[in-house]
Ligand binder design. Structure first.
Ligand code: T3D
Length: 263
């Protein structure tokens, strides 16, 4: 698939996916989502890719649904919104959560509506100090989607998630970090260097164990303790069968740095 609305580059084990509709703050259209879904599929299937970096072009990360697509300005019939949500957002969230590799969001500017929740579905979120997060849905009479009602209360607690979603106020990156919504805020000028360094670091680590860790964390959101303990036992057996486990132990005992291969 040729991409017009995203950029996809692979270098040194890291796939960088850049949302690329900067004139409208990378807001989502169905074609952009289709390209993003394809890019995430490529990254998942490419064994040479061991970490994914998601960011936005220009001054925004992603402003959520392109409202001109949702409500055509020419008065034409809008597409059914449930279909937009099912086809544009839900598959992206599933792709991010089932990707058995770390996904880093580098939030370079405003992340609004589905764009804010897209970031929250990633594994590690770095944000520029100039970035902000807005649960913009209530401002236009919609409910939060893109799994925001799933991840945000779990990240910051129900009271804060409720207030953020009802008020729709812009949250600074610093406040988002203080609330535990994101991993770290960094100076805007160094965001991409820091994000690339983090992605490179994660790409050099035991990828299979990371994938299994994601599977465990996903399951923990719905499992009871007994089910989770059993799943840990099962997936630990899978991790222990990897080359990287043998290498990690050999390196420790040999008092040297491990050279993980991601298998
Ligand atoms: O189908 C469905 O609707 C269901 C799915 C829903 C999922 C959702 O995401 S609903 C929420 C949709 N998003 C929003 O409501 C956010 C709308 N945007 C804003 O509130 C503001 O743009 C921001 C707070 C994000 C940023 O404000 P600011 O002042 O930094 O930038 P701006 O001037 O408003 O925007 C710059 C340009 O991007 C501007 O175009 P122009 O005037 O330069 O030609 C603006 O119209 C455009 N833009 C920004 N957001 C969107 C957009 N165009 C289309 N859709 C957008 N979401």
């Amino acid at each position: 698939m040729d991409y017009q609305h995203v950029r996809y580059e692979v270098a040194d084990g890291v796939a960088t996916v850049t949302l690329h509709r900067p004139e409208v703050l990378n807001s989502f259209t169905r074609p952009m989502s289709a390209e993003l879904q394809d890019a995430l599929r490529r990254a998942a299937e490419d064994a040479s890719v061991r970490a994914v970096l998601l960011t936005g072009a220009g001054r925004g990360f992603c402003a959520g649904q392109d409202l001109a697509e949702a409500v055509p300005p020419d008065g034409g019939a809008p597409p059914p919104i449930a279909d937009i949500v099912r086809q544009t957002y839900n598959p992206v969230v599933r792709a991010l959560r089932t990707m058995e590799k770390p996904v880093i969001a580098a939030v370079n500017g405003v992340a609004a509506g589905a764009g804010a929740n897209l970031a929250l579905a990633c594994d590690v979120v770095l944000a520029a100090d100039s970035a902000s997060f807005v649960q913009a849905f209530s401002k236009i009479g919609l409910v939060p989607d893109t799994a925001g009602t799933f991840f945000l209360p779990r990240a910051v607690g129900l009271p804060r998630a409720t207030a953020l979603m009802l008020l729709g106020d812009k949250l600074s990156a610093a406040d988002a970090q203080a609330m535990g919504m994101i991993w770290r805020v960094v100076p805007a000028a160094s965001l991409m260097d820091e994000a690339r360094a983090l992605a490179a670091r994660l790409a050099s680590q035991p990828t299979r164990a990371f994938g299994l860790t994601k599977r465990l964390l996903n399951a923990s959101l719905g499992n009871d303790l007994d089910a989770q303990l059993e799943l840990e036992a099962e997936l630990q057996a899978e991790a222990a069968a990897t080359e990287d486990f043998r290498e990690g132990v050999a390196a420790f005992l040999g008092k040297r740095a491990p050279a993980f291969v991601g298998r």
